[in-house]
Design a protein around this ligand. Structure first.
Ligand code: 4NP
Length: 153
């Protein structure tokens, strides 16, 4: 099984949206037996909460199902996951702190560089959930095609 973890700060806006979008694409590709997705936050302010209403609204508008409650990043995530995807530079720095050695550690927008964003802007502050959806839709597609190529799927 290939395990993918999406990481942001609060685990209620960006990373649960990325998780739901990626899991949807994995299901559409018939790869649910080979690839799993989860998400987590570098802060624990929202542990146990469902995604932000802006994230839920965007997912529901596009008929993407979701099933997540916020949780903080754990030290063992560094060894249990094969891919760790940070939404921004701060998340990346925090993930480097748990010292993943084997996992691929990258920023999400590296998988959709054509969009011209290095970081996924935080809609908790900007309110731009529609922009975040567009960026994450492109980046999760790029990530899945990268993983398929890498693992011959
Ligand atoms: P996220 O957004 O990292 O995309 O889930 C945030 C959610 C909550 C907070 C900050 C960012 N907060 O400060 O509570």
């Amino acid at each position: 099984m290939i395990r993918v973890l999406f990481v942001c700060l609060g685990n209620i806006c960006r990373s649960p949206m990325a998780e739901a979008l990626f899991a949807h694409k994995v299901r559409e590709a018939g790869l649910s037996e080979k690839i799993t997705a989860d998400s987590a936050g570098t802060a624990d302010y929202h542990t146990g909460s469902p995604p932000h209403r802006g994230t839920i609204a965007e997912l529901e508008r596009h008929d993407i199902s979701w099933d997540h409650r916020a949780r903080p990043v754990r030290r063992q995530d560094a060894t249990e996951f094969d891919y760790l995807l940070a939404m921004d530079e701060l998340n990346l720095a925090d993930l480097n702190g748990i010292k993943p050695r084997r996992a691929v550690l990258s920023k999400m927008m590296e998988y959709a560089s054509e969009k011209g964003y290095e970081d996924v802007p935080d809609p908790y502050y900007t309110g731009e959930f529609d922009l975040v959806y567009e960026l994450l839709d492109a980046a999760t597609a790029g990530l899945l095609s990268d993983i398929r190529e890498e693992h011959g799927l």
